[in-house]
Ligand binder design. Sequence first.
Ligand code: NAP
Length: 256
Amino acid sequence: MKPQGNTILITGGGSGIGAALAQRLHDAGNTVIVSGRRLDALQAAIAGRPNMHAIVLDIDNAVAIEAFAQEVLSAFPALNVVIHNAGIMRLEPLDTRRDLADAEATITTNLLGPIRLNNALIDHLVAQPDAVIVTVTSGLAFVPMTVASTYCATKAAIHSYTVSLREELKGRVEVIELAPPAVQTGLTPGQENRPGYQPLNEFADEVIALLLAQPTPAEVLVERVKFLRNAEAEHRFDQTVVQLNAFAAQARAAST
Ligand SMILES: NC(=O)c1ccc[n+]([C@@H]2O[C@H](COP(=O)([O-])OP(=O)(O)OC[C@H]3O[C@@H](n4cnc5c(N)ncnc54)[C@H](OP(=O)(O)O)[C@@H]3O)[C@@H](O)[C@H]2O)c1
């Protein structure tokens, strides 16, 4: 990904990781469009920043995605980078029959959202110089946190989808996967200050250094996520499942 002069769309750019990356990419000399459901959050993220723009999108709505893509492309015909960052995470019991609303919402937002938005933008992107698609998965795509099973499954699915995109678009669109570790954001209740999770600014600074490196690595992995990303390759998958889930349970207990 070239470091500056891009026109970048970031979903979920009004808070957390999306806003932190949007502002840093803007600081680096890029035009940045942030999207999400909450206009007030988007406006706060772009406040005082010329060349940052906010457009509302509920990525759960397939019809709205098509209209949104047309709106973005007519206002920003130079769009060459999309960062699929919007996501939700819900904790779900697996040992008792339940309403599957959380599981279905997670699949709609985290898996169908990027697939639908890519579909709406792909004809434009393949014709664009320096085109880039960035997906945002998670360390949990590689080792699941079992209390968030559907979430982890959607992130593993997006990892697989990203591998397919990269192969199919080789030589035409650069495809990058960002897999964050546990980061202090509002993704789940109590997570913003949770001990043991990476502070947001530290994480975003580390990501930007990797994302703007030439060439950009195909997987953007900060140091803290390598424990999960490399668990299987290093033949410690089963023990890492146990360690991760013990750590996560302790961290949740300490911050509730
Ligand atoms: N924080 C972590 O520990 C961590 C670790 C690994 C991966 N991630 C991933 O990083 C990404 C960003 O999460 P975050 O930690 O920064 O949490 P966050 O602050 O809650 O950000 C999630 C963003 O997604 C947007 N969003 C959610 N549902 C949406 C919908 N239906 N339509 C449009 N936008 C929607 C939200 O905006 P609105 O509410 O305004 O719509 C919000 O700005 C997610 O994909 C998450 O899975 C996070």
